[in-house]
Design a protein around this ligand. Structure first.
Ligand SMILES: CC(C)(COP(=O)(O)OP(=O)(O)OC[C@H]1O[C@@H](n2cnc3c(N)ncnc32)[C@H](O)[C@@H]1OP(=O)(O)O)[C@@H](O)C(=O)NCCC(=O)NCCS
Length: 331
């Protein structure tokens, strides 16, 4: 097998129907549209409905991607699901998606690195292709993070939303694919984004429930400082590895956590905000789904074109970070 570059052959999304606006939140919390827009850039977000599960959302986005690629589920060689909000702790949600898709016996793995999950997953997929191990790989970023939110905690619940974005890579010898990457993790900062109870460190208990320790706790200002530093730094490292500069990049697709974090990265990289794909106003922070949703937005709006060079850059729970420099295939 000689073809070692990864070509994007399909993509798809699933967004729950229910839209929750800042004005809706004003009615149930001590917050305001003005505060949320000024401090985060978010205007509305999608909320999974009673019929949605993480696996069902991932499956719908994946079916759309397979249709676009003209592939059958059994054409897949590997399924990678990036998520921090799986259906269950056991079994892995990836096997449920594989089953729902009808991708009989296809290997499937769940990868959990917080909001950086899709970047880790995509980089893994490119490397499997580069090694000649697999030809056709599905990578999905999917979250129903809103089911882990404390809707009384205004400092977190206004920020997140649900969604799924799927991409299919296929081996090719055309000039495209992964040009440079950097991945990182600093577990000494793990306490800044955490669901304290429900795992083995603190199993579910009535006390934990009474204290709301099953919900996401986030130290917003500390994460903000970390993100503002790491986005620019990892972008530069990935570009250096690719032997490229920012001038070679057509679009930056950053993790959509807060518009002010994206603005800080733009200042750090000395780039205008118009070079960034931004969806945070419509979807909020969809964690591992945020980059694939923004990437699809860039493709379907016609902004991202064949041959374009993209910089995907993310950070998240862990704390983790990652940046990929990619080249879209020629037309
Ligand atoms: C969470 C975040 C938006 C808060 O913005 P901030 O400017 O840092 O605001 P602070 O947390 O310092 O809070 C400022 C004030 O606003 C208040 N506040 C917090 N949430 C509020 C809300 N939804 N509505 C109104 N007021 C709010 C706080 O209580 C605080 O009030 P005080 O000064 O009287 O104590 C921001 O820190 C952030 O986005 N951090 C990064 C989070 C992130 O990226 N997470 C994803 C990781 S993948």
């Amino acid at each position: 097998m000689n073809a070692r570059n990864g070509r994007v052959v399909g993509w798809g999304t699933y967004l729950p129907e229910k839209v929750l606006t800042n004005f809706d939140l004003e009615k149930q919390l001590d917050t305001s549209d003005e505060w949320i827009v000024q401090r985060s850039g978010i205007r509305e977000r999608r909320i999974a409905g009673p019929g949605d599960t993480t696996s069902s959302m991932a499956t719908q986005a994946s079916r759309a991607a397979l249709d676009k690629a003209g592939l059958a589920p059994t054409d897949l060689d590997l399924i990678i699901i990036a998520s921090s909000s799986p259906d269950h702790l056991i079994p892995p949600v990836s096997s449920q998606v594989q089953y729902l898709l009808g991708a009989v016996d296809v290997p499937a793995v769940t990868l959990s690195t917080g909001c950086t999950g899709f970047v880790y997953g995509l980089s893994t997929a490119y490397h499997f292709i580069a090694a000649g191990a697999y030809r056709t790989i599905l990578v999905v970023g999917v979250e129903i993070i809103t089911r882990h939110l404390n809707w009384q905690d205004r400092s977190t619940c206004v920020l997140f939303g649900d969604g799924a974005g799927a991409f299919i890579l296929q081996a090719t010898d055309e000039p495209c694919g992964l040009r440079g990457f950097v991945l990182g993790s600093d577990g000494s900062l793990s306490h800044h984004i955490i669901i304290p109870a429900g795992g083995t460190a603190e199993p579910p208990s009535l006390e934990a429930l009474a204290e709301g320790r099953q919900y996401i706790y986030m130290n917003g200002p500390e994460v903000f400082k970390f993100a503002s530093r790491v986005l620019g730094r990892s972008s530069r490292q990935a570009l250096e590895q690719a032997g490229l500069t920012l001038e070679d990049v057509d679009w930056i697709i950053p993790h959509q956590a807060n518009l002010r974090i994206i603005q800080a990265a733009a200042r750090d990289l000395e780039l205008p905000l118009s070079r960034f794909i931004i969806t945070i106003d419509r979807y909020g922070n969809t964690s591992a789904a945020s980059i694939p949703l923004a990437w699809v937005d860039g493709l379907e709006s016609g902004r991202i074109k064949p041959d374009d060079t993209l910089l995907l850059v993310s950070f998240g729970a862990g704390l983790t970070w990652g940046a990929l420099v990619l080249q879209m295939a020629p037309a």
